[in-house]
Design a protein around this ligand. Structure first.
Ligand code: GDP
Ligand code: MG
Length: 177
């Protein structure tokens, strides 16, 4: 057969408050499944998946980070070192997780040397609970536009939303290619 092309590997960090679903999103994207049970991430977990983008093998190495301060402090510089893209995540049912986004963006700008050049994506998760939403799509769209990020509203839980989770990372992969 033909020789396999070398893979290009990209580091993507998933950032946001505790409990917004960062672990579920990355797990869902990398395994296709919603985890039965998650525990608070300590430091960082790694998951990866290779996408075929126009015949090119693009390996996305996802850094699923801890949202809680006590697990993060010493890790933060590692998160942002040589990062290729950042996925900012909030929970549509928790207004606080949306209001917390500016401080995550500020952290990113403080720690990544090339913050203005790396692709950034905004994800509103738990859309299966839309009836309990505290963050409406209009406000989220305005915030995304103001920060030059595309917005994806997703659910790591609902099977019907898998397409939108794929779309997050396809968008990232296309931007990085
Ligand atoms: P993390 O702290 O940001 O990594 O959040 P987790 O991925 O550990 O998820 C926190 C909680 O939210 C868990 O109880 C998950 O089952 C739940 N969860 C995550 N994603 C979704 C979602 O899309 N919909 C719903 N309803 N629950 C979710
Ligand atoms: Mg987690």
């Amino acid at each position: 057969g033909s020789p396999t092309l070398p893979k290009r590997v990209f580091k993507i960090i998933v950032i946001g408050d505790s409990d917004v679903g960062k672990t579920c999103l990355t797990y869902r994207f990398c395994t296709g499944k919603f985890p039965e049970k998650t525990e608070a991430t300590i430091g960082v977990d790694f998951r990866e998946r290779t996408l075929d983008i126009d015949g090119e093998q693009i390996k996305l190495q996802l850094w699923d980070t801890a949202g809680q301060e006590r697990f993060r402090k010493s890790m933060v510089p590692h998160y942002y070192r040589n990062v290729h893209a950042v996925v900012f995540t909030y929970d549509v049912t928790k207004g606080r997780s949306f209001q917390g986004l500016p401080s995550w963006i500020e952290e990113c700008e403080r720690y990544s040397l090339n913050a203005s050049e790396i692709p950034r994506i905004l994800v509103g998760n738990k859309c299966d609970l839309k009836d309990q939403a505290e963050v409406d799509t209009n406000s989220a769209t305005r915030f995304a536009d103001a920060n030059s990020m595309p917005l994806f509203e997703t659910s790591a839980k609902a099977d019907s939303e898998m397409g939108n989770i794929e779309a997050i990372f396809l968008t990232v992969a296309h931007k990085l290619k």
